[in-house]
Design a protein around this ligand. Structure first.
Ligand code: FCB
Length: 464
């Protein structure tokens, strides 16, 4: 390799990520009860082609095979999520020994393969029984989550060194409760703000429990972030970008690092009569010290103020949100899109990482998700030549290298995803895996991106 090549520090945690509902299947076996995603997916019209996670990648039964794939890939870490309703079928109280045994087996296999397990406690699959009591709209849910988290620390903490509390609270609140696109499919911005607060509180309470266990591991949240670059230097465009950053990024990260919500967005919500239900002491709980911040990054763009007209009459939640943000992402000619329609904006990755460093005092960061939808299918010889995915990762890894050189405290990168899987409202129509899955036969076929990533990990970087 030449000095200009990309070389990462020894010990950098290269990995991949998945989540329970997206890969496990076995939805009704061994005592697992439904989550809100089972109910949502089983409701006609909610998910493309009527797909559900009932079988998914059948990973619950093929755990050995999937860990063997991780081994072949050579990853140092694997980020998976725990299905709350599999391990605690009533949402609170008693544990399901069969559910625990599954995750126990997974982490044991990972250890045997020399792979560090990283567990996410909540990747959107709230037990339906808790939703029936109000779910995340109900403050009690945050306390139930802390109890469930504690049970997981006790059951698996000897084998799991890195924990993530909540995956993408923006999606679990806004996309799910304001925009209706994810479970439970509701459309009320005020409720979404309440849900966001309870998710943050749940995070804080779980961190508190974790500290009580005195376990040596590390814990943090895994929000999704975007980058908004002003379309022009017009002050309105610059201001629109700031509002975009408030809405996607600051609302969920400021409370953790600054112990408060961003003032600007608080004020804009207040105009709509929306206030997060903050009780005494909440912000101190949420703002407790964490050990690292997971970052999910997929896209971003050039942003300008554009929707002034809508401000006049915010009617439904969608309009309210646009009114609030009053910004529009303008796709600059030349931005290629992935097969899910998201702009490939690797420069935004670099920018958001350096922004996080400046905004939050250079916290230790671990990239918990980054990846591309590339629907390439096997050719006649069985080869899956997913060139778009390779290009996506290559550009983002270069951005990562730039961020490292700019002083960002980056600890690792987990590519989304190991396997093609259930892509939420898109069902199985969108493929994000390094490994192709034939959902009829469950046959797994490593793609060209798998080979590319394997080489990157082996060499700790790549030649230009
Ligand atoms: C993220 C989710 C993850 C996956 C990717 C493509 O928002 O956290 O589960 O669906 O998008």
């Amino acid at each position: 390799m030449q000095p200009s090549d990309f070389k990462f520090p020894a010990g950098f945690l290269w990995g991949t990520a998945t989540s329970a509902y997206q890969i496990e299947g076995s939805a009704d076996v061994d005592g697992r009860t439904p989550s809100i995603w089972d109910s949502f997916a089983r409701t006609p019209g909610r998910v493309e082609n009527g797909d559900t996670g009932d079988v998914a990648c059948d990973s619950y039964r093929r755990v050995e095979e999937d860990v063997a794939l991780l081994s072949e890939l050579g990853v140092k870490a694997y980020r998976f999520s725990i299905s709350w309703s599999r391990v605690m079928p009533a949402g609170r109280g008693e544990l399901n020994p069969l559910g625990i045994a599954y995750y126990r087996r997974l982490v044991d296999l990972l250890h045997d393969a020399g792979i560090m397990p990283m567990a996410t406690l909540y990747h959107w699959d709230l037990p339906q029984v808790l939703h029936d009591e109000g779910g995340w709209l109900n403050r009690r849910c945050a306390y139930d989550f802390a109890q469930y988290a504690r049970a997981m620390f006790d059951a698996l903490g000897d084998r799991v060194a890195v924990w993530f509390t909540i995956n993408e609270p923006w999606c679990a609140s806004m996309l799910s409760h304001a925009m209706g696109m994810h479970a439970p499919g509701e459309k009320d911005l005020g409720n979404a703000v309440t849900v966001a607060h309870h998710l943050l509180l749940a995070h804080g309470l779980a961190v508190k429990e974790f500290r009580r266990t005195e376990q040596p591991g590390r814990i943090g949240m895994a929000p999704n972030v975007e980058w908004h670059e002003p379309y022009s230097c017009h002050p309105d465009d610059v201001a629109a970008c700031e509002r975009g950053l408030d809405w996607f990024n600051r609302w969920f990260i400021d409370p953790i690092y600054h112990g408060r919500y961003p003032q600007g967005l608080l004020a804009r919500y207040a105009v709509l009569g929306i206030h997060p239900p903050v009780e005494d002491g909440d912000m101190a709980i949420i703002g407790q010290r964490t050990d690292l911040l997971g970052i999910n990054y997929y896209t971003g763009g050039y942003t300008r103020e554009a929707i002034r007209a809508m401000l006049a009459t915010p009617a439904d939640a969608f309009q309210q949100i646009d009114a609030l943000r009053h910004l529009q992402t303008v796709n600059v000619a030349g931005f290629r899109k992935t097969d899910i329609g998201w702009d490939i904006y690797a420069d935004g990755f670099y920018k958001v990482l350096t922004w996080l460093k400046d905004e939050y005092g250079n916290p230790p960061l671990l990239i918990t998700e980054n990846g591309a939808c590339d629907n390439t299918e096997p050719d006649a010889t069985g080869r899956v030549d997913d060139a778009l995915r390779i290009e996506y990762h290559r550009r983002h890894v270069i951005a990562l290298d730039r961020a490292l050189r700019s002083g960002c405290d980056l600890r690792g990168y987990t590519a989304w995803s190991l396997l093609d899987n259930f892509e939420w409202a898109h069902g199985y129509s969108k493929r994000f895996g390094l490994v192709h899955v034939d959902f009829q036969t469950q046959q797994r076929t490593p793609k060209e991106s798998f080979r590319w990533y394997q080489r990157l990990i082996r060499e700790g970087g790549f030649a230009v």
